[in-house]
Write a protein that binds this ligand. Sequence first.
Ligand code: AMP
Ligand code: MG
Length: 342
Amino acid sequence: MKTEFLKINSVCETDKLRHAGEVLRRGGLCGMPTETVYGLAANALDEAAVRKIFAAKGRPQDNPLIVHIADLSQWPALVREIPPRAEALAKAFWPGPLTIILPKSGRVPDAVSCGLATVAVRMPSHPIAAAIIRAAGVPLAAPSANLSGKPSPTTAAHVLHDMDGRIDLIVDGGACSVGVESTVVTLCTERPRLLRPGGVTLEMLQSVLGEVDVDKAVLGETDAGERPASPGMKYKHYSPDADVRLVRGSVERFSAYAASFPLRETLILCFDGEESAFPNETMTIGAPSDAEAHAHCIFRALRDADARGFRTVLVHCPGERGVDLAVLNRLLRAAAFQVIDL
Ligand code: AMP
Ligand code: MG
C-alpha cells in the first residue's frame, strides 16, 4: 500500500480535511496529530476498519482502543449512560488529554472494546484532530500511531518511520504539545480509578472527583497471567531497541555508574545543568521540576537514541508529581522495570 503524506497547517485547509474525512469514511487508516501523541485513526463504528488498526500496528488483540469524538453530542450513542461524575470530568477537561471509561452501548463494535463491556472515549483539543473527526462525520478509534511496543510518535516523521506502506494517509499537523498519551480514568468501578496517568494529572482529577484510586499497574509490574484493568499496561511498551535503564540518585553517583558502560554506545538522558558530569553524549529532558518539559521530549529522545545507534540509554529518573507520574509510568515500561537505585 502506498502511504500518502499530507501537511495540514490550519483548519482552513478544508479540501485537505475533506480528503482525510473521505479516506476514513471509506474504511481507510489515517495517522493524525493530537495534542498528546499522533493517533492511528479509523471509523470506530466500522468493525473491518478497526481490525486494520490492529494489523497495521501489530497490536495484541486484547488491547482495546480509545474512541475520539469532536462534539459532546457524539458521546451518548457510545455509552449506556453518562453519570454526573463523567459529565463533571468532561466539563473540566474536554477537549483535552483525558480518556473516560464507561459501560459501552451496543453500537460500539467488539473490535474496539476487545470483548470488554466498557468503552474509552476522549475529545482531543488539537484543532486538526477535531477537524478530521468532523470531516469524517463519525467517531474515530485511534491508538497511538507507532508499531506496537515502540515509543509513541510525537511527530509525523515518527509515524512515517513506523507506518509507511501500512496505512492510507498521514496528516502532518506539527509536533504534539503534551508528548505523552492521555490520562485514562474508569468510572466503572465503585470509586473512580486512574488506569493510566497522562496530561491531566492525578491532582487535577482529584480536584473534580475527590478521591481517586490509583491502579497498581500505574507504577507496578503486572504479574504474568494477571489481567490488569487497562490491558495496555501489561506489555513491555514504549521501548526503543536500545536497552533503557532508569537511574535514581545524585548526578555524581549516576556519572560513576555510567562509566561502567561503553562510552560511545551509551546515551545519557539527564536534567538541565547535569550534562557536564558525563563524558558521554547527553540529551537533557528539562529542569528537574519541569514535568511538562519531560513529557514533551521523552518519546522523541527514546526514538533519537535508536536513530543514532545507541545500545544503552541511561535516564535520570523523574519524580511522581504532576505529569511526571505519566513520564515515570512510560519510562518504567520502556526500561522493562530496570531501576537502578544508587
Ligand atoms: P493507546 O491508544 O495505544 O494509547 O492505548 C489505549 C489505552 O487505553 C490502553 O492502555 C488500553 O488498555 C486502554 N483502554 C482502552 N479502552 C479501555 C477499556 N475499555 N478499559 C480499560 N482500558 C482501556
Ligand atoms: Mg499506544
